[in-house]
Write a protein that binds this ligand. Structure first.
Ligand code: PAF
Length: 286
């Protein structure tokens, strides 16, 4: 596996692959890889001849006071896992490489970023849109693979691709879960043993609402109430939001339409750890 740390080397490598007629897939990550990331790399392989994984803990998507400094990092382990999963190249630039002195540009996606994560993490999606744009320009992919776990992020990237005319196909990969339902996340390492057990309540809450929706419940407030009632089983959980929204516009009508695709979203804090998760469900046709 190629190990690349500069934008110039990355662009040269990508250009060589393109000149040889090879399709490139990129898997953007912030490292501390787990099975969820590895599943993205394997899926990327099904869409392209060349898989480039990027590893960059992007400071601009963390608000002041968030976990940028303590975000888990282990480059050597990531390098090994990435190669084992079949990535052809790992692009792991430094902060100075991505944001050199004098850097002043920011990419902002409006609309879809206004609620949920955008509301609770001001500036987060500007940081994401900016770095994803830079990673696309560095890796020149035909396909980009993102995980459903960050559902709102996938909508932001979809909008970015459309608005900036990137000639890139977006592939959204299913969330990989622990056997007890907890969505895999690099941040799960922050959880104490007790919090790790309590954290399963997010998935149980999502499932409760998803089952109501699948059984024909179309009232948004009822779906949210179904999640909240399960989440109350863990009183120490601090809820940022539990919401049901149109899966693509994130609008929140009082009543969903038959056949409408709905996303159930939860963000909550357990001690020092902020967790997010979601489920998509289609309201049955009448
Ligand atoms: O989902 C992530 O890990 C990050 O937000 C991303 C897309 C790699 C941008 O830093």
């Amino acid at each position: 596996m190629e190990f690349i740390t500069t934008v110039q080397q990355m662009q040269r490598y990508a250009e060589q692959q393109r000149c040889q007629g090879r399709r490139i897939a990129v898997v953007p990550t912030m490292g501390y890889l787990h099975e969820g990331h590895l599943s993205l790399i394997r899926l990327a392989r099904q869409h392209a001849e060349v898989v480039i994984t990027t590893l960059f803990v992007n400071p601009t998507q963390f608000a002041p006071g968030e976990d940028y400094e303590r975000y888990p990092r282990d480059l050597e382990r990531d390098r090994r896992l990435c190669a084992e999963a079949g990535s052809d190249a790992l692009f792991a630039p430094s902060v100075e490489e991505m944001y050199p002195g004098g850097y002043t540009t920011r990419v902002s996606v409006l609309g879809i970023t206004r609620k949920f994560e955008g509301q609770f993490r001001p500036g987060h999606f500007d940081g994401v849109a900016t770095i994803v744009t830079k990673l696309f320009l560095a890796t020149k992919p035909h396909v980009a693979v993102f995980g459903q776990k960050d559902w709102q992020q996938t909508l932001v990237v979809r909008q970015l691709i459309r608005d900036l005319n990137f000639d890139i196909e977006l592939v959204v990969a299913p969330t990989v879960r622990e056997p007890d339902g907890l969505a895999m996340s690099s941040r799960n390492v922050y959880l104490s043993a007790q919090e790790r057990q309590q954290a399963t309540v997010l998935y149980r809450a999502l499932r409760a609402a998803a089952e109501r929706a699948a059984a024909g419940e179309r009232r948004r407030r009822e779906l949210v109430a179904a999640m909240e009632s399960v989440l109350r089983e863990v009183p120490v959980l601090v809820l940022d939001y539990a919401a049901a929204a149109d899966a693509y516009t994130l609008e929140e009508p009082e009543l969903f339409a038959p056949g409408q695709e709905v996303v159930l979203l939860i963000a909550a804090r357990l001690g020092q750890t902020r967790l997010i998760d979601n489920e998509r469900v289609r309201i049955p046709e009448e």
